[in-house]
Design a protein around this ligand. Structure first.
Ligand SMILES: NC(=O)c1ccc[n+]([C@@H]2O[C@H](COP(=O)([O-])OP(=O)(O)OC[C@H]3O[C@@H](n4cnc5c(N)ncnc54)[C@H](OP(=O)(O)O)[C@@H]3O)[C@@H](O)[C@H]2O)c1
Length: 261
């Protein structure tokens, strides 16, 4: 009895065993924590980044030294050829992608009245178009195997709005419409597509942009603290797991109560 309880626990703990995951923006913050969470559930993990390849290699090394399979890769999601190439490299090294986490994101400042077309287009390219391109690259093989998990990382700012970030919020809101439609297209093939919408999470991105507003942001959050990257990663890893098989087209808020519903 004790033995069967133990194997039940082990199978839950390693519910992504045998799957291959590709995580964009895996060099730091939420993406890094997601790579480690997926590896802890037994997935082989491709850690993608734009420029911090040493950090990405460190994440991959951490996974390998714990007995997992992992590789680190550089691919700027602004470059469509780099997206195609990176998926090919992951498939060659680890196998077909079963779990795709579109986490790479970037935020710049600019009021709508001052935004240049290039700022708008770059925000859409990094935060939205890259998710479409990675999904397009990975879906065919997922369909053939009739199993797949796609998780797109948005933000609570799509509900609250964010002054000087209309280009970022619009791109991240676009991820919701994209994900819902994608979820319908692929549902019959055993593939799910969901969104995780983080609130204020203590990463370098937040620290680089908070400029002394930490106390105000914490006051606005019912839980009175920032989230940890691991708390977002666990939500992503759940949606990527076997256990989340009947959840698709969902938005999972991980925001300490900042936005509810
Ligand atoms: N932190 C928060 O409070 C918060 C709240 C809501 C939503 N989010 C979203 O959560 C995701 C992760 O945020 P984070 O705080 O962990 O961010 P972060 O610490 O700034 O990390 C961003 C990651 O994205 C990668 N990246 C950025 N531009 C890229 C590009 N052009 N091509 C490829 N990779 C690129 C970076 O790679 P390099 O390191 O190589 O540059 C890095 O790995 C983002 O989509 C962000 O919008 C964060």
């Amino acid at each position: 009895m004790e033995q069967s309880n133990k194997s039940a626990r082990d199978s839950v703990a390693r519910s992504s065993a045998g799957h291959v995951a590709l995580v964009t923006g895996g060099s730091r913050g939420i993406g890094r924590a997601t790579c480690l969470a997926l590896a802890a559930k037994g997935a082989a993990v491709a850690v993608l980044c734009r420029s911090r390849i040493n950090e990405a290699k460190g994440v991959a090394e951490q996974i390998r030294s714990a007995g997992g399979r992992s590789l680190a890769l550089q691919a700027d999601v602004l470059d469509p050829e780099a997206i195609t190439r990176s998926v090919e490299e992951v498939v060659a090294a680890l196998g077909n992608v079963d779990i795709l986490v579109n986490n790479a994101g970037a935020m710049t400042d600019g009021a709508v009245a001052d935004l240049k077309d290039e700022d708008w287009e770059e925000s859409l390219a990094v935060n939205l178009t890259s998710a479409f391109r990675y999904a397009r690259e990975c879906i065919r093989a997922m369909k053939e195997r009739r199993w797949g998990r796609i998780v797109n990382v948005s933000t609570q700012a799509v509900y609250t709005g964010s002054s000087n970030h209309a280009h970022y919020s619009a791109a991240k809101a676009g991820l919701l419409g994209f994900t819902f439609s994608l979820a319908k297209e692929v549902a019959a093939f055993g593939i799910t597509a969901n969104v995780v919408a983080p609130g204020r999470i203590l990463t370098d991105l937040l620290l680089e942009r908070s400029a002394g507003r930490e106390e105000e942001w914490i006051r606005q959050t019912p839980m009175r603290r920032f989230g940890r990257p691991e708390e977002v990663a666990d939500a992503i890893a759940f949606l990527a797991s076997e256990e989340a098989s009947y959840i698709t087209g969902a938005v999972l808020n991980v925001n300490g109560g900042l936005v509810m519903g």
